[in-house]
Design a protein around this ligand. Structure first.
Ligand SMILES: [Mg+2]
Length: 264
């Protein structure tokens, strides 16, 4: 498989056009993959920063800090911006969905469940040093890990969704779609993103389901996208090409090298 990291970036870029209040959307049929407003945001920057730290053996916290500061207008949240501005950044006990949206490299790289949990924790720990924040990364990465290894949707629902987010485990997309509102916590994002994947028909369908929840669209799609790619094993070439054109050279370099290292 190629373009593993792009599976999060495409979700982020597609969702970016719908993350602001005025543009949020509930209508699936009106979602365009890559409207004219689409651009990469913090979710993509930090996804590639985590992956780069793993494959280049860099300090995770330092690399997140460096990459974030090189893209300081990518749409970071207010508390993360304070972390970025500190020359000696310390974790700030976040429970936001930022840990879940940046962790996909752990799921792709890990060779065992234990390694996946350890790596996902490493991606979260620089900012999300509390159980709820770490859990968002671990649950997301484990879903990707099991799916790349051939797990079924039923397995993910029973062993990841039910285990980590039992409040969401028996819900169907249609049951919460209308009432779902913007939520930037792990607890309010990982479960719904996982359900978007579980009820999807293919990669693009998953991204559109996530965006049309009308919430934190780019992040929901960046969390769900890698699960869908790990399961369906394909994304449309034209969409991948369009997304690649929107990314800076360092991300494209990380993207290629990451595929080589993973060798899935
Ligand atoms: Mg974002």
């Amino acid at each position: 498989m190629k373009n593993l990291l792009m599976s999060a970036a495409i979700g982020d870029i597609a969702g970016s056009a719908y993350e602001r209040r005025a543009h949020r959307i509930k209508d699936y049929d009106k979602v365009k993959i890559f409207s004219s407003r689409a651009h990469f945001t913090d979710d993509t920057v930090l996804t590639f920063a985590c992956a780069e730290a793993f494959i280049e053996h860099l300090d995770m916290s330092m690399n997140l800090w460096k990459c974030a500061n090189e893209h300081r207008h990518a749409g970071f949240g207010s508390k993360f911006k304070l972390w970025m501005a500190n020359h000696y950044p310390r974790p700030y006990r976040s429970l936001g969905n930022g840990s879940a949206m940046r962790c996909s490299s752990a799921g792709w790289l890990a060779g065992s469940v234990e390694e996946c949990i350890k790596m996902a924790t490493e991606t979260a720990a620089p900012t999300h040093n509390r159980p709820e924040g770490i859990k968002g990364a671990v649950a997301t990465a484990l879903a990707i890990f099991h799916l790349k290894n051939g797990a079924s949707k039923e397995y993910i629902r029973e062993n990841i969704l039910n285990e980590y987010y039992p409040d969401w485990a028996n819900l169907e997309y249609a049951a919460f779609h209308d009432e779902y509102t913007f939520n930037s916590t792990c607890a309010g994002s990982v479960g719904p993103a996982m359900i978007c994947f579980l009820e999807s028909k293919d990669y693009i369908d998953c991204i559109k389901l996530a965006i049309s929840l009308g919430g934190d669209a780019d992040t929901l799609a960046a969390i769900a996208g890698p699960m869908a790619y790990a399961f369906y094993k394909k994304m449309p070439d034209a969409v991948v090409c369009q997304a690649i054109k929107k990314l800076p050279d360092w991300m494209l370099h990380v993207n290629d090298k990451f595929d080589e290292v993973c060798n899935i």
